[in-house]
Write a protein that binds this ligand. Structure first.
Ligand SMILES: Nc1ncnc2c1ncn2[C@@H]1O[C@H](COP(=O)(O)OP(=O)(O)OP(=O)(O)O)[C@@H](O)[C@H]1O
Ligand SMILES: [Mg+2]
Length: 481
């Protein structure tokens, strides 16, 4: 359940929020003034506050200042009408999480709220790293008793006691983000914000402005000033995920923050001083990127003050039974039912597998097996083909398909499941465009370049086919007929 507190004196706005967030997962409380909002906060303990800047009674700015005194981590999103963005910027400097322009765009509002709720969860859920399987109490935690994980826990403890920059390395799905949050939760900055930026998920032109903010008019589309994550996160901890994907220009700016604690907003010339602890992560070998001159060597050394390498799951197989047990308990708790058991043959298969997607893949396999399992126990048949040795070892999509003539609908379901497995391993994969493009290419090949036939095979019109061909730039597959 996510608790939202709306502070706005306009009943229209309260009404539309009630409609927009009418969902069983959201509990919305509305307050009509800053004073009322401040009274409600200790009572309802909201996960997120959304507040108008201009209200009767005390202003939004003053309310924010007082919220900060009550709870320095409570996330606040401000709403402001066009023309008053300067106030919003002032408020961002006071530590607001983000701001929205009125009249607001509903999808944008929902997106900002979803992001903020995720950030709030990350700040709140304490990640423990003590051995926790002995206890009944399955706190969110980092599970592992293997020697390499013991080393990781030691480093987390050391890092928590200092302000040193840390570089977390390890393959995708090994638990880098979890480790970052554990460091934060045990550090003396745990009372301040923790924000995460995935450098690979944000287009390069936007990353710099996401991190450092920008001045109005600094580039096309920069219609107003924006405060970046470094400013928002002042005194807190910033998790820079997939740091290997930063452009050289951004690398230079990050280096400067690490060296002097200062930066300028994009298009600005006033140095801004911040105190931010950085935890960076990468699943690419940064040393190689340095050797290839794609990553600044000086930045690498600055980040690599303390290195925490999280080994792939296949190198610490003794953790697999513990992890399986942990996930079974965790999912049972989410479902509010008793945990299912696991047939011993299944555990053997899980221990033998090479886990290219590491702990994330194991977690997903267990989640899926729980859905597939018909009785109280997970059986080998509930595991995906890659694990049972049926189907191609590569996990190729075709392995999910039966012989031609088998039930086409369940084949498609199986195929879709496989695609999701890929997507989990490769977060950059955009399923629909990737599949669509491939289908169009294959159909054109099958139809020998004949567009009418290809469209028919795909079950779309020729006009739609043409649009796809253009969109994906696959003209050369066409035979002009
Ligand atoms: N040791 C562990 N104990 C319990 N859960 C774990 C452990 N390691 C990873 N997980 C879980 O596996 C999933 C992936 O972990 P996380 O997101 O931290 O990986 P990552 O290394 O950041 O991956 P990527 O490089 O793909 O971003 C998460 O759901 C996390 O909770
Ligand atoms: Mg990650």
């Amino acid at each position: 359940m996510n608790k939202l507190l709306l502070i706005d004196d306009e009943t229209d706005v309260q009404y539309s929020f009630q409609r927009i967030f009418d969902s069983p997962e959201v509990e919305l409380t509305a307050a009509s003034s800053g004073e009322e909002g401040l009274r409600l906060i200790p009572k309802i303990k909201p996960d997120l506050v959304i507040m108008d800047v201009r209200m009767g009674g005390i202003t939004g700015l003053e309310t924010l200042r007082r919220i900060r005194q009550i709870d320095s981590k409570l996330l606040v999103i401000l709403m402001t009408a066009y023309g008053t963005t300067q106030t919003a910027i002032e408020a961002m400097k006071l530590g607001a999480y983000d701001y929205l322009l009125k009249p607001f765009d509903v999808p944008k509002l929902k997106e900002i709220v979803a992001n903020a709720l995720k950030a709030a969860r990350d700040m709140k859920q304490v990640v423990s790293y003590e051995p926790l399987l002995e206890s009944e109490d399955y706190e969110l935690g980092i599970v592992g008793r293997s020697q390499p994980m013991q080393e990781v826990f030691k480093l987390i403890g050391q890092l928590a006691g200092s302000d040193a920059t840390a570089l977390l390395t390890g393959e995708s799905g090994t638990g880098k983000e979890l480790v970052a949050r554990a460091i934060y939760h045990h550090s003396k900055r745990s009372g301040q914000p923790f924000l995460a930026v995935n450098c690979a998920a944000i287009p390069e032109q936007l990353l710099e402005s996401e991190l450092f903010g920008h001045e109005r008019g600094s580039f096309t589309g920069a219609t107003m000033q924006r405060i970046g994550k470094f400013e928002q996160c002042n005194r807190g901890t910033l998790f820079l995920d997939e740091i290997g994907d930063m452009t050289p220009a951004t690398q230079t700016k990050v280096l400067r923050v690490l060296q002097s604690g200062t930066f300028e907003r994009v298009g600005g010339n006033q140095p801004i001083q911040v105190d931010v602890r950085i935890i960076a992560a990468t699943n690419k070998p940064l040393e190689q990127a340095v050797a290839a001159r794609q990553f600044r060597e000086d930045l690498f050394y600055r980040l690599n003050v303390v290195r925490v390498h999280i080994p792939p799951l296949r190198d610490r197989r003794e953790d697999i039974p513990l992890l399986v047990n942990y996930f079974l308990q965790k999912f049972a708790r989410d479902e509010k039912g008793p945990p299912k058991s696991i047939a011993s043959g299944v555990l053997k298969l899980l221990e033998k597998y090479h886990w290219p997607g590491n702990v994330r893949e194991l977690e997903n396999v267990i989640r899926r097996a729980l859905v597939m399992a018909k009785g109280d126990a997970i059986l080998p048949a509930d595991l995906p083909g890659e694990l049972t040795g049926q189907g191609a070892a590569s996990g190729a999509a075709t392995s999910a398909l039966g012989a031609p003539g088998s039930d086409a609908v369940s084949d498609v379901t199986a195929l879709a499941r496989h695609l999701f497995q890929w997507a989990r391993r490769d977060p950059k994969l955009k399923i629909i465009p990737a599949v669509e493009r491939e289908l169009v290419i294959q159909a054109l090949k099958e139809a020998d370049g004949n567009q009418v036939h290809a469209a028919k095979l795909l079950g779309i019109t020729r006009a739609t086919l043409r649009k796809r061909v253009e969109k994906f730039g696959i003209q050369r597959e066409l035979k002009i007929q």
